[in-house]
Write a protein that binds this ligand. Structure first.
Ligand SMILES: Nc1ncnc2c1ncn2[C@@H]1O[C@H](COP(=O)(O)OP(=O)(O)OP(=O)(O)O)[C@@H](O)[C@H]1O
Ligand SMILES: [Mg+2]
Length: 407
């Protein structure tokens, strides 16, 4: 019977209330509950259940066997198992930096978790020019802890391989292989939908750049084969919730064993979108200065904490060879630069755009912001070994901005 939640169906708001009452003792039996679907994503349904009297609330995220945006897009509900279990693991490795998971239900394919409605999605907050002093510190702690501590240098190797197996994520990886690593360079599926005022420029400077496409091909197969650490896999500014004194990473449904630089590069690139928007729209100086510090700190604090954590946590006997820590970190920074470039390109020249740029209403400003990001992206992809400090990462972006000053 439906009301027992013993077999899977997509719930509506009333059914979610019954579900929460039957599966958890979070709310008092007498509580008056209200529920609304608040999701704005492409894939899943997100419900908020609240007891107005006490103010207590929680979130139920349910996966369908098609994407929310299109019934034609079949997608296994396995993604909510991955999301729930990865959130729990990340909560252990990086306490306080992800929502608490109250329940994962493998029949109903849903995750019941902490309500973070007092936080704002980082992308929205950045577009409002808001400053979050702890952001770089929190995100670098999150990345060092979740990445280094799930890698072979720290974990017992058979336990690590068991995790590789648990988090094989073929369908969601395929989305990244297509949207990040293929279509932005070829448009072979005819769905990139370029900003018309930049279309010709993108065709000439991205699609027609053989050296760039060659590097992108190499990076695609590194993404597919380098099972280095349990990466979040979708660590853009829409997957981070912020409040003045709090940072929470959500939505790890794309998690799998991949290159560490995939996460770090995504964070850096998405901060760069915010910077480009701020730059072309002449945002407040304070805000721009904070963003620049945050970009630099994301790289530098990551490197610093990585080496400290390495010293404390590394177990593999060969990984303890003198100098190996710095060599390994350099490979991660190299990958960070490459992925920064890939993310910058795919959000402009690929299917999935970012609001930071797509909502710039002045056509010339948007043209500039896109070209700033794309020009920087090419540097990162073509010369990834040149960027080892936050200052060097930021300089590429600023140089690119100067080169596009006169439009
Ligand atoms: N724990 C939470 N607390 C409060 N709001 C949340 C929570 N989780 C998600 N939301 C809200 O629901 C929205 C969609 O969530 P999420 O990104 O996890 O869904 P999704 O379907 O996986 O989306 P996407 O297509 O971006 O992957 C978020 O932007 C946020 O507004
Ligand atoms: Mg998602």
């Amino acid at each position: 019977m439906m009301a027992d939640f013993n077999s899977y169906f997509l719930m509506n708001a009333d059914e979610v209330i019954k579900y929460v009452r039957s599966k958890t003792d979070f709310f008092d039996g007498s509580a008056q509950l209200t529920c609304a679907e608040i999701g704005d994503g492409n894939l899943n349904y997100v419900f908020r259940v609240i007891d107005e009297q006490s103010g207590k609330s929680l979130i139920v995220k349910q996966a369908g066997d098609t994407a929310r945006i299109s019934d034609e897009f079949k997608l296994s509900t396995n993604r909510i198992r991955i999301e729930s279990n990865v959130l729990k693991l990340e909560g252990e490795l990086a306490p306080g930096l992800v929502p608490d998971v109250y329940l994962y239900d493998s029949v109903m394919n849903c995750c019941v978790m902490e309500d973070l409605s007092d936080h704002t999605i980082l992308r929205t907050a950045l577009m409002e020019g808001r400053i979050f002093p702890k952001l770089a510190d929190d995100l670098t702690t999150f990345m060092v802890n979740t990445l280094l501590l799930t890698s072979d240098v720290v974990m017992e190797h058979k336990a690590k391989k068991a995790l590789v197996q648990d988090y094989i994520n073929p369908e969601l990886c395929e989305i990244s292989e297509d949207l990040v690593y293929s279509e932005p360079f070829t448009d072979h599926n005819n769905r990139n939908n370029l900003f018309p005022a930049n279309k010709e420029w993108v065709e000439q400077n991205i699609y027609a750049d053989d050296a760039l496409r060659f590097e992108a091909a190499k990076l695609k197969f590194a993404f597919m084969t380098n099972a280095q650490a349990l990466v979040h896999g979708d660590l853009h500014s829409g997957s981070v919730f912020v409040k003045e004194d709090s940072t929470k990473v959500i939505d790890p449904e794309f998690a799998f064993y991949g290159p560490m630089g995939y996460d770090t590069g995504n964070v850096v690139a998405n901060l760069m979108f915010a910077w480009s928007r701020a730059h072309v729209t002449n945002a407040e100086e304070n805000y721009v200065a904070w963003l620049e510090e945050t970009i630099k700190d994301t790289v530098d604090l990551f490197a610093e904490k990585f080496l400290v954590s390495w010293k404390k946590n590394v177990t593999d006997i060969m990984a303890k060879e003198p100098g190996f820590d710095r060599w390994y970190l350099e490979t991660v920074l190299h990958d960070t630069a490459s992925v920064t470039g890939m993310e910058l390109i795919r959000r402009i020249a690929g299917l999935a755009k970012v609001k930071d740029l797509s909502t710039i209403s002045d056509e010339q400003q948007r043209v500039r912001a896109e070209r700033i990001c794309l020009t920087a992206a090419k540097q990162f992809i073509l010369n990834p070994a040149s960027y080892k400090t936050g200052e060097q990462f930021l300089l590429v972006l600023k140089d690119s901005a100067s080169s596009h000053n006169m439009q």
